[in-house]
Design a protein around this ligand. Structure first.
Ligand code: FES
Length: 101
């Protein structure tokens, strides 16, 4: 973890869009870390109770970091790296169902 933080400090920043608002985050890190460092929390609200959730395990186990990325729902933010221009939408409740073909 500390090695990764040292690498991030020298690799610059990228611009993301979170709910349409542009933020600058350190490059070469996961989306979950980038969002937490930018103060974006909670990342989602549960479908059943509406309780807020934020990244917990940071290794793809808890699913508390689900967000919509570039139009794709239920992406685990801790399992993807940030990309320039990435569009993130925070999820509130259950995701919309895909239209039936
Ligand atoms: S933080 Fe647990 S799955 Fe992403």
């Amino acid at each position: 973890m500390f090695k990764q933080m040292a690498e991030v400090a020298t690799s610059g920043t990228v611009a993301l869009y979170v709910d349409g608002k542009q933020i600058q985050v350190a490059a070469d890190q996961t989306l979950a870390l980038a969002l937490m460092q930018a103060g974006v929390t909670p990342l989602r609200h549960t479908a059943v109770s509406g309780e807020p959730r934020a990244p917990l395990c940071l290794m793809g186990v808890c699913f508390d970091c689900l967000v919509q990325v570039d139009g794709r729902a239920n992406v685990q933010a801790c399992m993807v790296r940030v990309c320039p221009g990435m569009r993130v939408v925070l999820q509130h409740g259950a995701r919309a169902l895909e239209p039936q073909a």
